[in-house]
Write a protein that binds this ligand. Sequence first.
Ligand code: C2E
Ligand code: MG
Ligand code: MG
Ligand code: MG
Length: 280
Amino acid sequence: RAKDDGRDTIRFFLPSMQAAADARLAIEKELRYAIEKNELSLYFQPQVDQLGNIVGAETLLRWHHPEKGFISPATFIPVAEATGLILPIGSWVLRKACEYLKVWEDAGLPIQHLAVNVSPRQFRQPDFVDQVHSILKDTGADPALLGLELTEGMVIDNVVDTIEKMQALKQLSIELSIDDFGTGYSSLAYLKQMPLDILKIDQSFVRDISTDASDAAIVDTIISMANHLELRVIAEGVETELELAFLAGKGCKMYQGYHFSRPVPDKEFTKQLNAGTVFH
Ligand code: C2E
Ligand code: MG
Ligand code: MG
Ligand code: MG
């Protein structure tokens, strides 16, 4: 690739770069068949109130490779995004999540919302809203219980198109959140125009909340801004009682993190839903 650039540029191609490129290629090749080979599954991480009562969950994709074992989404989602494989994978995730949602609804379990991560490439498809609509119709899941997690990056990419799609999704009663909030560059002016329900505070701020005064200030600011804009806030990556106490003191009411529960397979999440709480 470097040589057919045609311009007088000199590029270095280091052996380590070759290794990284090979690894990507291997992931791409195998990921292509992961769905049909039944290697993908969904985990669920409870979202809770301060007492540990379950108010919802986030759907997190898992890839169990037959030889390599568990491969993290942090490794394969970017490859899927770069190659376009995120499109079939993303729609598989959405359909599967709606199927679970329908089962839990029918069982009368107290699930108030189930969030699904949406990648930029997936969201940018012209017929994204139609796809979501068909999946909801096919599965019979209640749209009011489905949430979509968007990121700041995709939101400022093309503001007009984004807001139009968000409004169409709101028309379907779907709940919208901004994931990893605070790590991107979303302007407050855009934020105000968007039909949003939830801001998810990125775990990088929560992690240092008790030792880093500026992270504490950022978290404080996000929570009070959300309150003014009448948005709900979910703090991500809550690992300790101390972090929980700080967040609660600032008026945050919903949490997600290892302090309460790791992401768990469907059977275990069903048990948690039956109990209604992650504490026993
Ligand atoms: P995310 O959407 O921000 O998801 C939260 C990540 O934080 C998850 O990592 C979760 O396991 C992890 N986490 C939750 N609580 C804690 C905690 O207390 N401490 C720490 N250290 N981590 C915690 P995971 O499952 O590895 O997913 C990583 C990222 O991969 C996700 O970040 C999301 O961006 C992406 N991803 C996962 N599933 C999907 C999917 O179905 N579609 C798309 N497009 N992206 C996905
Ligand atoms: Mg997320
Ligand atoms: Mg996040
Ligand atoms: Mg994240």
